[in-house]
Design a protein around this ligand. Sequence first.
Ligand SMILES: CC(C)(COP(=O)(O)OP(=O)(O)OC[C@H]1O[C@@H](n2cnc3c(N)ncnc32)[C@H](O)[C@@H]1OP(=O)(O)O)[C@@H](O)C(=O)NCCC(=O)NCCSC(=O)/C=C/c1ccc(O)cc1
Length: 405
Amino acid sequence: MAPVPATAAAAAPAAVVSTHEIRRAQRADGPATVLAIGTANPETCVPQDEYADFYFRVTKSEHLPELKNKLRRICNKSGIEKRFMFVNDDVMEAHPEFADRHLTSLDARVEIVSKVVPELAAAASAKAIAEWGRPATDITHLIFSTYSGVKAPGGDRLLASLLGLRPTVSRTVLSLHGCYGGGRALQLAKELAENNRGARVLVACAESTLIAFYGPEVGCNDTIIGQALFGDGSGAVIVGADPVGAVERPLFEMAFASQATVPDSEGAITMQHKKGGMDYHIGGGVPEMLAGSIERCLVDAFGAIGVAARWRDLFWAVHPGGRRILDLIEEALGLDNGAMAASRQVLHEYGNMSGTTVIFVLNELRRRFVADGAEGADWGALMAFGPGVTVETILLRVGSGLKGN
Ligand SMILES: CC(C)(COP(=O)(O)OP(=O)(O)OC[C@H]1O[C@@H](n2cnc3c(N)ncnc32)[C@H](O)[C@@H]1OP(=O)(O)O)[C@@H](O)C(=O)NCCC(=O)NCCSC(=O)/C=C/c1ccc(O)cc1
């Protein structure tokens, strides 16, 4: 070890600063705040009323008409008008093995998604950064969430380089959180922003069904329901505390965040990468399970911050896991059926894009607030659900950037 020069010893601080004081100085003053939102989707758009024809054609499964009719029935009840996806005729011509999940195809799928998913995230992030108004190099932390990331270095590294983030950006990957990935990522962003003065956290969620796209099979209803509901997309959010006055626009303040696991629910939603793509199961009772759990999460969250909230007075950013989930949650909370209009709109326009969907809902809410001059609710709740069964709750307050528009 080199000897310590006398000058370095002489430069030691005269007064001893405690680590508590150092810690206090590192913390932000205000709450984490959503400062910008961007979204992106792949080019291929499939209308829901054409989906059964598309799916049975590209997977060469026309010999299974009963399953095709079942898919049609579910599509008709889904509340979805169209979806965007990377899977198209060209992909299936190049990779006919994707149609049969008993064939080995994971390597080829990972090869594709490890490029296109971060690129999609970059498209959404670039929109968020442009709206934010500061250079990409001012991003201090990156949280990348996807169920397609099974490789290292991962999509976070490619995303950071596509956006030109600084080499010291602090990267975190969330994988396989499924439909609660966006909620988890936003909660982590809140912790980072509030605990690191000046931090600006880019949350990027990107999902592609390509990793889980395969043909129908008699007896496997999970595949049919998945084919009726899921789509591809990316949502990006910039989160920071203490917004810089003239540049940054506070959209939603994040007042509180929590996670809960629904008891006895371990097998209700599952996802697992296998040789033929990502296998998944969506239990029949999931909408009822969520509707039965949601009020407890809200009571606990508002109780923790001492705010007396009436559900009817809130704005809602709920993950539209399926039309029935929204219906039952509205019923359980005694809400009008317009309360989840932003969630229903996103479901209608894009389907369930898993973890990224809740960011689209937040963007739609923002659009509605701007259009209405932020009339109405001041407090709101963002809720996302996924495997576990896990419920993410974030309490939001309309930011000053949305007031007076
Ligand atoms: C729109 C639905 C699908 C149907 O509407 P409905 O009002 O319930 O209508 P029905 O009661 O008439 O049901 C229509 C058909 O759907 C069937 N179905 C009804 N849920 C089911 C069911 N979980 N299973 C398999 N058949 C069912 C149901 O049996 C019935 O079949 P059939 O009698 O032959 O017409 C509705 O049930 C709904 O919104 N369900 C919520 C779906 C749900 O739980 N989503 C949350 C989980 S999301 C998730 O885990 C994501 C994983 C994921 C995985 C892969 C990815 O690429 C991306 C993500």
